[in-house]
Ligand binder design. Structure first.
Ligand code: NDP
Length: 278
């Protein structure tokens, strides 16, 4: 089973494979996360906007695992941007999680139309400097948004969580992140399942006696990405974590990298502004 870790720019270690819970219904979340923890996942990715932080926290507490062995990420939603509201939002997030701290807190989207993401970032810096969270980062930030944080902020984001899968790789952005010591975390790492029928992936999977999803996740790991595949299917949850018994050759990695076709599945960070508040 996969226990690889990546060291973030502040020395905090994040398990490279996490369990994403976007679109896991609130009533199913505790059970799904408990199942993931039983398999061996130690990193869970949620968000205020997913309305399932309570289930994540309940599973963490019910697991009986030492809190310091777990890595919990959550995110500030668009409707709570701004300095004071972001501070308040983090307190409310901790209450919903029922935890004393999150390991990683992200600004979920830049929402540039509101022009408040720098203020939100200052609030995350405050929380971090005060010791309320182990690391802070961003999600869906493009070059122009990272540039503003570099100019106007104090703390370099530990992570940028972005859409990244074989048919949508954002290679200029990932190169910039690496250059600035910002770890790259791939969301929708399987292309929401849609990339998995590609004949290149199917043939590599057949040659290695693994599934196309395992091939894609292995490709991410070998490129140094943190990944957070989502599944509600117990067999897939297990398989998505079972990535250590095989490796891709450089040629196989290159043939998957060649599948990039600009196939964005999610929203455009330049315009996405839905607040997702209940
Ligand atoms: P994924 O690429 O993880 O794909 C999930 C889909 O693939 C589901 O339909 C799942 O179905 C299917 N799937 C999972 N494992 C397998 C497998 N082994 N074989 C075949 N199909 C499989 O996409 P998501 O968009 O769900 O992204 C994952 C996580 O990323 C989210 O849960 C969330 O934590 C994060 N995210 C963050 C965003 C952001 O803005 N920061 C935006 C979107 C996602 P099934 O459940 O039936 O197995």
């Amino acid at each position: 089973m996969t226990m690889d870790v990546i060291t973030l720019n502040n020395g905090v270690r994040i398990p490279q494979v996490g369990f994403g819970v976007f679109q896991v219904p609130p009533g199913d979340t505790q059970q799904a996360v408990e199942h993931a923890l039983e398999i061996g996942y130690r990193h869970i990715d949620t968000a205020a906007a997913y309305n399932n932080e309570a289930g994540v926290g309940a599973a963490v507490r019910a697991s009986g695992l030492p809190r310091e062995e777990l890595f919990v990420t959550t995110k500030l939603r668009n409707g709570e941007h701004g300095y004071e509201s972001a501070l308040r939002a983090y307190d409310e997030t901790l209450q919903r999680l029922g935890l004393e701290y999150a390991d990683l807190y992200l600004v979920h989207w830049p929402n540039p139309a509101a022009d408040l993401y720098v203020d939100s970032w200052r609030a995350l810096e405050r929380i971090y400097i005060d010791g309320g969270v182990r690391a802070i980062g961003v999600s869906n930030f493009l070059t122009e948004h990272l540039d503003r944080l570099a100019k106007e902020g104090e703390v370099v984001p530990a992570i940028n969580q972005i859409e990244l899968h074989p048919t949508y790789q954002q290679r200029e952005l990932t190169a910039l992140c690496r250059q600035r010591s910002i770890a790259v975390e791939a969301y929708s790492p399987l292309g929401q399942g849609g990339d998995l029928d590609d004949p290149v992936l199917v043939s590599i999977a057949e040659a290695l006696h693994v599934t196309p999803a395992q091939v894609v996740l292995r490709w991410h790991l070998q490129l140094g990405h943190v990944v957070i595949p989502k599944s509600v299917n117990p067999d897939r949850i297990r398989a998505n974590f079972d990535l250590s018994g095989f490796a891709l050759t450089d040629d196989q990695v290159a043939s998957i990298t060649a599948l990039d076709s600009g196939n964005r599945l999610g929203s455009d960070p330049r315009t996405f502004a839905i607040s997702q508040i209940r």
